[in-house]
Design a protein around this ligand. Structure first.
Ligand code: NAD
Ligand code: MG
Length: 395
């Protein structure tokens, strides 16, 4: 394997740190070109000292000055850049072979799209990119020879059990459906009558996975699985009616593909994102990830059940948005991001998240949004509507 030169967007987050953990195990295979860490300058400074990237990117001039000071006192030569254009530059630079897209939210879209335009191998953790701009992103990647490798554990699992020559057409390969597994999050069995009183601290406490705050709340509402349905739709060119969701609280089977002959192929492992990350980074080889072996002696049961759409209205809203197509999933995502942020800030109740998303979807959306400017305009319009709804609810 020739040495990969990596840009890690969102290096200070949960996925970013796991990526650096895997890369550090294979210094011969990976060199870090750039790290982007938004406002987390202390963590980013420590990463720069350790991995010595050429560039580090932060949110704005103020954070750039703070990072420069830290790097100077550590005698670290990394050059500091800031702003959205800098994210695009480090994702596009000619030296870079692979880009880990691990910024959270639609904020990660322009830089991921830049990597696609420049034919990079994209390790895609940022599912919101596909939810907001699936058609545009996949077409841009295809037209520019960029490879899109799914980091999200479910999609990575599907990728691993699809035929190696998968053409993007299920029937050509005798595939009946793609089955995404879901843990069901922390409130799978919580009394529904108490949902109004769920606190942010309870919602971010996922039973199996350790993740960033936004995706943890998404897992608790099951919006995460909804976003993942849309993600799978675009990644695998899978029609909505060929996508299944099954709740599997142990998070050992990460997803499955159902074939016409009755076979179901699954990928299993401990719930640790370093496995799908190492799979993507190592391709075509398998490389060591630091994840412990799955111990069947300690696995007592694997259970499965149907998702309850009354308990998880966000999942239903995502299904509806996927079927509606057009700008619906862009609206779904923007409304959800605003609602989750408001919930985490203590402004609205847990159950209000679905209300805000439904309210925004009811406002309607443009059809055929397929360029970044109109997608970002829809995103901005929806966020304004969501904030109005949040203000009304928090009174
Ligand atoms: P996180 O909150 O831990 O990290 C987010 C990263 O993005 C941080 O580095 C942060 O500094 C940066 N960031 C935040 N806002 C930004 C902005 N406006 N502009 C630029 N950078 C910004 O999140 P995470 O859990 O690592 O998730 C990252 C992405 O990966 C999300 O899209 C999430 O859905 C996806 N994902 C995460 C997991 C997981 O296990 N954590 C699993 C599957 C997919
Ligand atoms: Mg996932």
């Amino acid at each position: 394997m020739t040495q990969q030169v990596l840009t890690i967007l969102g290096s200070t987050g949960s996925i970013g740190e796991s990526t650096l953990d895997v890369a550090a195990r294979h210094p011969d295979k990976f060199r870090i070109f750039a790290l982007a860490g938004h406002k987390q300058v202390n963590k980013l400074a420590a990463q720069c000292e350790r991995f010595k990237p050429c560039f580090a990117v932060v949110a704005d001039a103020e954070h750039a000055a703070a990072l420069e000071q830290l790097l100077e006192s550590a005698d670290c030569q990394t050059e500091v850049l800031y702003g959205g254009q800098a994210l695009i530059e480090v994702a596009s630079a000619s030296e870079v072979t692979g880009v880990m897209a691990a910024i959270v939210g639609a904020a990660g879209l322009p830089s991921a799209l830049a990597a696609a335009k420049n034919g990079k191998t994209i390790y895609l953790a940022n599912k919101e990119t596909l939810v907001v701009s699936g058609a545009l992103f996949m077409e841009t990647a295809r037209a520019n020879g960029a490879k899109v490798l799914p980091v999200d554990s479910e999609h990575n699992a599907v990728y691993q059990v699809l035929p190696q020559d998968y053409s993007g057409r299920l029937n050509v390969h005798g595939i009946q459906s793609i089955i995404l597994t879901a843990s069901g999050g922390p409130f799978l069995d919580t009394d529904l009558s108490t949902f109004d009183h769920i606190t942010p601290a309870q919602a971010v406490k996922h039973p199996n996975w350790s993740m960033g705050q936004k995706i943890s709340v998404d897992s608790a509402t099951m919006m995460n699985k909804g976003l993942e349905l849309i993600e799978a739709h675009w990644l695998f060119n899978c029609p909505p009616d060929k996508l299944e969701v099954v709740i599997h609280p142990q998070s050992v089977i990460h997803s499955m593909v159902r074939y016409l002959d009755g076979s179901v192929l699954a990928q299993m492992g401990n719930p640790d994102m370093r496995t799908p990350i190492a799979y993507c980074l190592g391709l075509p080889e398998r490389i060591e990830s630091g994840v412990g072996a799955l111990d069947f002696g300690k696995l007592s049961v694997l259970t499965f059940r149907e998702p309850d759409l009354n308990r998880f209205p966000c999942l239903k809203l995502a299904y509806d948005a996927m079927h509606a197509g057009g700008g619906a999933s862009c609206v779904l995502n923007a409304a959800n991001e605003e609602a989750v942020a408001a919930f985490l800030a203590g402004k609205i109740r847990f159950t209000d998240i679905a209300r805000i998303v439904a309210h925004c979807l009811e406002q309607g959306f443009s059809d055929g949004l397929n360029d970044i400017d109109s997608l970002l305009a829809q995103d901005a319009q929806t966020r304004a509507q969501a904030r109005q709804g949040i203000t009304a609810l928090s009174r």
